[in-house]
Design a protein around this ligand. Structure first.
Ligand SMILES: [Zn+2]
Ligand SMILES: [Zn+2]
Length: 418
């Protein structure tokens, strides 16, 4: 039976002589820049302040609407219809706020960092060891995987020490690798990724409807004043300055949230992320993730959201000190192949090419020297295998070969569970 000791709350870090290592919650040792609440039950991005701002930007106009417009309309409609106007806006506002918190307060799909870089096999060929030299093993910085018959490049993340699965990207604000990374939304203060994209879209589209609702009933109120007092629309407007403010506010807001809703409807229908749309421009190339409009909507709205890969409340021993560098026969992180700049920001072109017609024109990848064997692949394979619905096979080229001589492990190999 596994017995866990309660976490010590003392600050005696580095007490190496203690037999029982000090236990902390995972969120207390979290290396990303997230902010946690309620003992790690809720995870936000570092810019959580924007969540409160967004809540205010929603609640404040609704409060003005209730106080100065909906309250007046209660008496104007028979059969409690006026009450319904007030009730609907209040309930709908709660719904929008809950969607906002479900977007920003949960794990967006963070891939846990590796404690150590992937270990290549030391028995592989291609390692030249001179006298007095440590074997230098290198992992390629970029690898190729096959997604639905198309070659997709995946990159190594130095921070998380893993090969990012396809569609994964490292958020520079939260400092995490996030699955199906869409973008980091400053308004919800969180990454938008595989686990919260659905809620993000529902939040944005619902906020659009809320704007339309408030906008419409402000005009209803103005028109009722106009008819009731038999006056012009301008005089009616002057009689309700709150309506003027709300009409302008919701008119401006609906361009933002409504435009965002339409943009994301386009992205969903074509199965793109915001990141991919801005970076890769699938319009000119074939998108390996496209399942057709119906399949794409189904993927976003009617598939189960995968469980978080992180247990932020799990008890873990406090890390004593940075691990010493391995000096003999095994992989050292600095031996990851260096490229002039971070690949994420380099001018690496997306490669969505059909496998049948794939040419080794990438140069940087196809001829990249690799001295690694199967073990190189399992790290990637285990990451990718967790992604459901899309068949991946790993493929990387070997030094000295011409063309993309791939070693395909297929999609159903046994994957070591980390
Ligand atoms: Zn990362
Ligand atoms: Zn982020």
């Amino acid at each position: 039976m596994h017995v866990v000791h309660p976490p010590k709350l003392s600050d005696t870090a580095g007490d190496d002589d203690d037999d029982t290592p000090e236990l902390l919650r995972t969120y207390q040792t979290w290396k990303g820049s997230n902010i946690f609440f309620l003992g790690g039950r809720f995870i936000f991005g570092p810019d959580i302040g924007s969540v409160f701002l967004s809540v205010c930007l929603i609640v404040a106009p609704v409060a003005v609407f209730c106080a100065f417009v909906a309250r007046k309309l209660i008496d104007d409609f028979a059969h409690n219809l006026g009450v319904l106007i007030m009730a609907v806006v209040i309930v709908f506002t709660f719904y929008v706020i809950i969607l906002l918190l479900m977007t920003s307060g949960r794990d967006p799909g963070i891939i846990p960092r590796n404690a150590h870089p992937p270990q290549p096999e030391t028995t592989d060929q291609g390692i030249e060891v001179g006298p007095g030299h440590t074997p230098q093993l290198r992992l390629p910085r970029v690898k190729e995987v096959i997604v639905n018959g198309m070659t997709v490049k995946v990159k190594y993340c130095d921070t998380c020490m893993l090969y990012r699965p396809p569609r994964c990207s490292h958020c520079s604000i939260c400092d995490n690798c996030v699955e199906r990374f869409d973008h980091h939304c400053p308004w919800v203060g969180q990454c938008i990724g595989r686990r919260n994209y659905r809620f993000f879209f529902m939040f944005v589209s619902s906020a659009t409807l809320l704007c339309v609702y408030v906008f419409s009933f402000c005009w209803v109120y103005v028109i009722r004043i106009m008819h009731g007092e038999n006056t012009s629309i301008w005089r009616a407007l002057i009689k309700t300055p709150a309506s003027i403010v709300l009409i302008i506010y919701t008119f401006l807001s609906v361009w933002f949230v409504g435009g965002l809703t339409i943009f994301h409807l386009y992205l969903i229908s074509t199965n793109q992320t915001t990141y991919e749309n801005f970076r890769y421009r699938y319009d000119r190339t074939e998108n390996p993730y496209n399942r057709g409009i119906f399949g794409n909507f189904k993927e976003v709205f009617w598939t189960s959201i995968p469980a978080s890969k992180n247990n932020f409340r799990a008890l873990v021993p406090r890390e004593p000190k940075p691990p010493p560098r391995v000096t003999s026969g095994s992989f050292v992180n600095s031996n990851i192949e260096k490229v002039p700049s971070d690949v994420e920001t380099s001018n690496m072109k997306p490669v969505w090419k059909n496998e049948a017609t794939a040419r080794d024109d990438s140069g940087t990848v196809g001829r990249r020297r690799s001295s690694l064997g199967r073990s190189e692949s399992w790290e990637l394979q285990s990451d990718i295998a967790s992604l459901t619905g899309i068949e991946y096979s790993d493929r990387f080229s070997r030094g000295g070969s011409s063309g993309s001589l791939g070693v395909s492990l297929g999609g159903s190999v046994d994957v070591p569970v980390k």
